[in-house]
Design a protein. Sequence first.
Length: 260
Amino acid sequence: MGIQASTKYSSKNKDILKISEISSVNVEEFKFKEVMKKKSILKKKDFYKRFLMLNGAIMISKPFEADEVKKFYVSLYDLIRNINSEEVFGIKLPVRSNDTINYKNSISFDKFTIGDIIVATSQGFHVQGAIRHAAIFDSRRYHGSIDDKCLLTAEPDQGVIYETIRFYRENFSEAWGLTVPKATIEERVKAIDEVSKFVGKPYSWRADKNDDENWYCSKVPWAAYKKSSGIDIDGNGGFWVLPIDIFISKETEVFEYSNS
């Protein structure tokens, strides 16, 4: 877990790359977890029915024509014409009532490795789409506590920040772990390093996804891979990249899920 080698994952020196090459990531642990993930890949189409449905459609940033989700789409551009909302990509959490809604999940990070992505959502209408929030995982900042700030994202009024696992468990009713199988360990480390330099940059859902001065949550993991290795995890290539766009991307796979 994180940068320290546990006894379970202890390895010979030759299995640990130089710090200058992978920035203190435990390679043996990484490889072990990657094998675990491959054995637990979940079919994306099994989740479509669980997403927020609007007239039988999953909301994404523009119509997506892939056969597997062809009947599940609606254009966000059309939707927002008649919706007055200051936050499209923010997570602006509603007032919760213990008597009515339970916004919690218990997603495990046992199989998460550096560069993996968490996406999360909760019940209700969300103009930003079927999934509300996204972040990219930096294992070097995770030391086994759900209060470790190890998830790089962007928030309204805060800009690009690191958040805790606790935040994702206690504010969303569903959460998914996504991996980018094509990316090597070096590319994943580079992905995190590439976007971490933008910590503190302001938040704006209106920002072009190629604008380095303004950010929103799902733009952070998308830019991490696009800038570091050229891997495009935007599932439809729109002006924005929504959390749902990352979920439906052919470049990502689901390896973890929790709705309780």
